[in-house]
Design a binder for this molecule. Structure first.
Ligand SMILES: Cc1cc2nc3c(=O)[nH]c(=O)nc-3n(C[C@H](O)[C@H](O)[C@H](O)COP(=O)(O)OP(=O)(O)OC[C@H]3O[C@@H](n4cnc5c(N)ncnc54)[C@H](O)[C@@H]3O)c2cc1C
Length: 458
């Protein structure tokens, strides 16, 4: 073991190999809820390379000695993707911190370890915008790209994938490749190869640098909360909103019981008032005229589908307050949460999905707090702790929900990924040939299966 540690210290420097057991503890888990937590091994060391060349040497060494490597970004993942499950090393990307914003090409080239918060700060400073905002700002850009994260505000723009223009990747065998760049169109590099590394959760390579597309910032912003007495009405109106003149950047769904829970943990929940379900509509437009003329028509559409008088937040502080309440959904549920599912169905099927979910809730005598990115068909469903439930009962409920989503043409993960937690349900979405193909691609790139072994596929 000592020899192994010395080798890595030689490659990245004495200070960048962590071996003391107290510090190591924080590298053994991510944010996966308790009922899905992956059991880590404690026999690991953490290696923190500072640049691609060092990482490349680390991977060559690991490959030569058959040492499993687990890549860790911000550790905010919800499916155990970065949790070390085999004796080996955790490669932390914390030191990849460069940020270069290019306001002529509307791009930012950043190190994989830059957090979402750091990226947003630099982009705002340049008076530009980066729309995706997956919930936890301590997530790293490398982690967000490798999970193809989404969040609440990508209805207009799509997920992280749509913002990636170029990647630098260190392969499991240690070679480095660059694909794409600051090109708006690139059907040689980006078109053929780059997408393969986006959303594949670090099983094919370690992303070290990312070039992201930025946008000009929008001047007129607003958030609307529309309460509905009948939750099905709120879901039926979503496709109509998507066809309307004013496309929101995000359409979120929540039910009254979830909002009440946020209130129980001590948060002021006005203006979420009245109604069984709520749509939270987020807008960003180039100017106020575009925003307000579109809003008038949208109000009519909402009314037609039974919305009560909506609340509209214009000022920065009102908007912040509402987004603050939205950010409290997850932490409010967390203490009693057992599993967090991330189903995505076609946008015209969310009503059917919620109806089926209601039936399932009744059958299991529980409430599932469905909420989330309904404008993309992506709803988070939460299995809460219940007294005297066996592990089998939790699993059976989980599988019933996954099957229901799948039968409606959906997927078991819209944005959180597969990691370790959802591997056993992969068969629901990937046919046998596709699973074999994925495994053979893994074998080609990582013949010794050292990078993120056991994640996504066995
Ligand atoms: C409160 C909260 C809210 C959240 N909201 C959202 C949301 O709205 N939308 C959403 O999509 N997700 C959300 N998430 C989940 C999580 O933030 C995302 O999955 C995010 O992409 C994880 O990034 P990370 O840097 O923390 O990665 P980690 O958790 O460290 O790792 C996740 C996976 O990515 C791999 N990985 C990390 N860095 C790299 C790299 N540089 N190269 C290759 N592979 C890498 C890891 O090996 C692992 O498989 C939320 C999580 C929390 C706790």
């Amino acid at each position: 073991v000592n020899k192994k540690i010395d080798n890595f210290k030689n490659l990245v420097g004495e200070n960048w190999v962590i071996t003391d057991s107290d510090t190591l503890k924080s590298y053994l888990e991510d944010e996966t809820p308790q009922g899905s937590k992956v059991k880590p091994v404690s026999d690991i060391i953490v290696v923190k390379p500072g640049e691609s060349e060092e990482l490349s040497k680390v991977m060559r060494e690991a490959n030569r000695r058959n040492i499993p490597v687990f890549v860790r970004g911000g550790g905010t993942g919800l499916v155990g993707g970065c949790v070390p499950t085999k004796k080996g090393i955790v490669v932390s990307m914390d030191r990849f911190k460069d940020i270069k914003v290019n306001d002529e090409s509307l791009t930012a080239t950043v190190g994989a370890g830059v957090t979402l918060e750091e990226l947003k700060a630099s982009v705002n400073k340049a008076k530009l915008s980066f729309p995706p905002h997956p919930g936890d700002e301590t997530a790293q850009i490398g982690g967000l790209v490798s999970c193809d994260a989404g969040g609440a505000s990508v209805v207009k723009t799509g997920t992280m994938r749509n913002f990636v223009m170029g990647l630098e990747i260190v392969l499991p065998t240690g070679e480095t490749i660059r694909t794409g760049g600051r090109l708006v169109r690139d059907n040689v590099n980006a078109g053929k190869l780059m997408n393969f590394f986006i959303g594949t959760e670090g099983i094919f390579g370690i992303i070290t640098e990312i070039t992201l597309k930025l946008q000009k910032s929008q001047k007129a912003r607003g958030i609307m909360i529309a309460p509905f007495d009948k939750k099905h009405n709120s879901l039926e109106v979503v496709p109509k909103i998507l066809k309307s003149e004013l496309t929101p950047e995000g359409i979120e769904y929540a039910e009254r019981k979830t909002i009440e829970l946020v209130s129980e943990v001590g948060r002021e929940i006005s203006p979420f008032e009245g109604g069984e379900a709520f749509l939270l509509l987020m807008f960003s437009e180039p100017n106020e005229e575009a925003l307000y003329s579109g809003l008038e028509k949208l109000r009519k559409t909402l009314k037609k589908f039974g919305a009560k008088e909506p609340y509209f937040a214009e000022t920065e502080s009102e908007r912040e307050k509402i987004m603050g309440i939205r950010s409290e959904f997850y932490p409010s549920l967390k203490p009693e949460m057992y599993k967090d599912l991330d189903i995505c169905v076609p946008v015209d099927k969310t009503r059917d999905f919620i109806s089926k979910l209601d039936e399932i809730s009744k059958e299991y005598e529980t409430y599932l707090h469905p909420y989330g990115h309904v404008g993309d068909g992506n709803l988070h469903v939460h299995i809460m702790q219940s007294e005297n439930w066996s592990e089998e009962k939790y699993s059976s409920l989980e599988e019933d929900i996954y099957r229901t989503g799948t039968e409606l043409g959906g997927t078991i993960s819209g944005e959180h990924g597969v990691g370790e937690v959802k591997k056993k349900f992969l068969y629901l979405n990937l046919d046998k040939k596709s699973r074999i193909l994925l495994k053979s691609l893994k074998k080609t790139l990582d013949p010794k299966n050292i990078l993120n072994p056991g994640k996504v596929i066995d």
